[in-house]
Design a protein around this ligand. Structure first.
Ligand code: ADP
Ligand code: MG
Length: 730
């Protein structure tokens, strides 16, 4: 679409978007919440009691399913889904592309008498066999070894996805190769939860609190930030369409400096969009809780109530998909990129994480008198130790081309991984380091000074928005995750490093306790352990402002890694230490790990290459022609003025000369960028390094010149919608 008509249509759409395409739903959440989920309620209703009980055991304890059981479940699932209009089913999985994948099969089969009947067998449910050859495997599998399998993950409920004229039964699955190697992000996540469960159970046994508990899981609540832009303007921006971020664009006079967008009144069209998104998500059982405007103009957030990690990670993928598919109905486009607009806040995904017993006890809940809660302190110290010992791995877990623009750039959280504990816990670990803790700092109450206002309880510590890994009440919040990332991978890493830390600390305790443990012995041994762990790992705790230069200097003194970009961060995944860690806890073997590193490097290099090519295309096909037209107009104006009686037009002459010079520089920079790409090596890691060192600087130069040109070319001629239009037409 050309920019002029895009602008016109965008302005119109902001006022009166196309309600016709919006499905009218009853405004009663209870009538559709979970209506399209094959959840426990449906299973209980539809399965014979014995089958239901077996299935629950399988889900709760991770037991395997027998084929005859699978047949019964499949039949019930088929009946339920065709009653709800489904014609197809799909094994839905998460390959290493970082997106989801699906292949649909009809639920109908010929009945042998010229008709059709509906069918879904146990084996259809349990196992699928998509051709795996076109998914990235990072060398784990050659193209001719195309066989891949999907395996039903019964712990994540199946659901129905609807379009205007279609309904599909979606079955969450793991994706593995013919040899059983994990080709996806779900398999290692499930393995990491098992590893953590095993070690955390061991801790509970030492404390003697394991009664009635058979498993520990992790909980995840992922807050998703995103941008919305008008769809007409989006279609006039090839960079947004191809790269999900703007590659050119001069800053608008007003950005986010007034802080007037954050938590502001949600624009009408946006709120309608959010409501539609929420309704679609409620229908498939995703408990969306929060919606609000974010810091940058055009930026918003959606957050669910937390769930068990595996389900939460699947649901997070659905949240992103639904944001993307619903937006066009409102004439909008949702942008999940980490940094779509230069000079404005980028988007992240705060990954709230905790550990919970299958009886519902949150192991990171400090409770009232925290200093007497040995178990809490134990789990806290384990996380502290894990994050310090494996800060580089956590950094690698969130490394992506998009996230490089946030982390380590002039916006936070920085690439330095540190923990925020707050006043109460910091005081507590100081006490632990000295010996026996004797107090828990209390928040008290706040008097607001007006009698009609209630007295508010005060938390024992303030918030810290700048910390990449913050303790927030009864969970940790990993804030450095990128907005477009799948949370399965960072959670796999968190679970694995915490499992390792728990393993170490349990072993130390068991060693100290010997054959005849007593409470008194436990107290002595654990105090000594706390002291040592805190002394060794306290350096990772930082409660101050992570954005400041002083912190960078301080962190370096403390010896904390500062891995500024992918090229620096990803090689950690190749280290012997990492391989040993993943092998020990059976999360990834060496080949599976290597394949992931290759894919990450590959994706990084490819993204930079696509961005560079898009820039060259925009430069040559849109920006240069516009700038030249401006030059011609100027030239003609000067000529006309001179013809009209020898007017000197000195200023215009200067303008002409400067513009011509700028155009020349811009062209040179575009040519240089086009040429630079030709030298990229084959090897993924080398290619990544090459693009970082040789190509990215040229992109920055070209952009600066392009943005300067934008300020000198008439708005009428400029071929791309401006930041002003993209961000403020709501
Ligand atoms: P914030 O003020 O940082 O936005 P909230 O208290 O609103 O934080 O919670 C943010 C997210 O954390 C929500 O998705 C919430 O469900 C999730 N959360 C709360 N408790 C836990 C927990 N124990 N484990 C995992 N996530 C949690
Ligand atoms: Mg938060």
């Amino acid at each position: 679409m050309d920019t002029k008509s895009a602008r016109r249509m965008a302005i119109r759409a902001a006022g009166e978007w196309n309600m016709g395409r919006v499905r009218q739903r009853e405004q009663r959440v209870d009538s559709y919440y979970g209506c399209d989920v094959f959840d426990q309620r449906v299973m209980r209703e539809r399965l014979p009691k014995a089958v239901y009980r077996k299935l629950r055991r399988m889900i709760d304890r991770g037991e395997r399913m027998s084929p005859d059981l699978a047949d019964i479940v499949a039949a019930a699932m088929k009946d339920w889904s065709i009653e709800r209009g489904a014609t197809h089913y799909t094994h839905w999985f998460q390959p290493l592309t970082g997106m989801t994948a699906e292949k649909h099969d009809a639920l109908v089969v010929p009945d042998g008498q010229g008709g059709m009947l509906f069918a879904l067998s146990g084996s259809d449910l349990v196992q699928g066999e998509p051709d795996a050859s076109s998914f990235p495997s990072g060398g784990l599998r050659a193209t001719f070894e195309a066989r891949g399998y999907t395996a039903w993950d019964a712990t994540s409920p199946a659901f129905i996805r609807r379009g205007d004229n279609n309904a599909t039964l979606v079955i969450p699955t793991a994706f593995v190769s013919w040899t059983g190697a994990a080709l996806d992000l779900k398999t290692p996540l499930l393995r990491s939860i098992d590893a953590l469960s095993k070690q955390a159970m061991r801790a509970l046994r030492i404390f003697g609190t394991e009664e009635g508990i058979s498993r520990i899981g992790t909980t995840v609540g992922a807050e998703q930030e995103y941008f919305l832009v008008d769809a007409n303007l989006y279609h006039a921006r090839p960079d947004l369409m191809i790269c999900d971020r703007t590659l050119f664009g001069a800053p608008p006079p007003k950005g986010q400096q007034l802080d007037d967008h954050y938590f502001g009144t949600i624009p009408d069209r946006v709120l309608s969009f959010m409501a539609e998104v929420e309704q679609e998500l409620y229908a498939v059982g995703i408990p969306i809780k929060t919606r609000h405007n974010e810091v940058a103009p055009g930026q918003y957030e959606i957050a669910p109530q937390f769930e068990m990690a595996n389900v939460a990670c699947d649901h997070q993928m659905v949240v992103m998909e639904v944001l993307e598919t619903v937006a066009p109905r409102f004439g909008l486009r949702a942008i999940m990129h980490e940094k779509p607009f230069a000079g404005l806040n980028g988007s992240g995904k705060h990954n709230n994480w905790s550990m919970v017993t299958d009886t519902g006890v949150n192991l990171l809940d400090p409770q009232e008198d925290t200093h007497t809660n040995m178990e809490f302190m134990f789990f806290l110290c384990a996380v502290l130790r894990a994050v310090d010992l494996h800060a580089d791995l956590l950094r690698a877990a969130i490394a992506s081309a998009g996230n490089d623009h946030r982390l380590g750039a002039n916006e936070a959280p920085p690439a330095i991984i540190s923990i925020f504990l707050g006043d109460m816990l910091t005081d507590l670990i100081e006490q632990l380091q000295r010996g026996t803790p004797r107090r828990t700092i209390k928040g008290g109450a706040m008097d607001l000074g007006a009698r009609t206002l209630p007295q508010l309880p005060r938390h024992s510590g303030d918030r810290n928005r700048t910390s990449p890994f913050a303790f927030t009440g009864n969970k940790f919040e990993f804030r450095a995750v990128g907005s477009s990332a799948t949370v399965a991978w960072p959670n796999t890493i968190i679970n694995t490093i915490v499992a390792e830390s728990l393993d170490y600390m349990c072993s130390e305790l068991e060693k100290g306790l010997g054959k005849r443990p007593t409470d008194a012995k436990l107290e002595t041994v654990i105090k000594a352990l706390f002291k040592r762990v805190i002394k060794e790992h306290r350096k990772v705790v930082f409660n101050g402002d992570n954005y400041t230069e002083e912190w960078h200097i301080e962190a370096e003194k403390r010896g904390l890694p500062n891995l500024k970009d992918c090229v620096m961060a990803l090689p950690v995944l190749r280290s012997a230490k990492t391989a040993a860690l993943f092998r020990k806890y059976k999360v990834l073997d060496k080949a599976e790990l290597t394949s992931r590193v290759n894919v990450f490097f590959e994706r990084y290099a490819q993204q930079l290459q696509i961005e560079a090519e898009t820039m060259v295309m925009l430069a040559r096909q849109q920006i240069l022609p516009a700038a030249v037209r401006q030059l011609r107009d100027l030239g003609q104006a000067i000529e006309a003025a001179q013809d009209a009686g020898g007017v000197a037009c000195e200023e215009l002459q200067t303008e002409l000369a400067e513009l011509a010079d700028l155009i020349g520089q811009f062209r040179t920079a575009a040519v240089a960028l086009a040429d630079a790409q030709k030298g990229a090596p084959e090897d993924p890691e080398k290619a990544a390094r090459y693009f970082k060192q040789n190509v990215q600087p040229l992109m920055i130069t070209l952009r600066e010149l392009g943005d300067t040109l934008e300020g000198r070319v008439s708005n009428e001629l400029w071929p791309l919608p401006s930041y002003r239009e993209l961000l403020f037409i709501k």
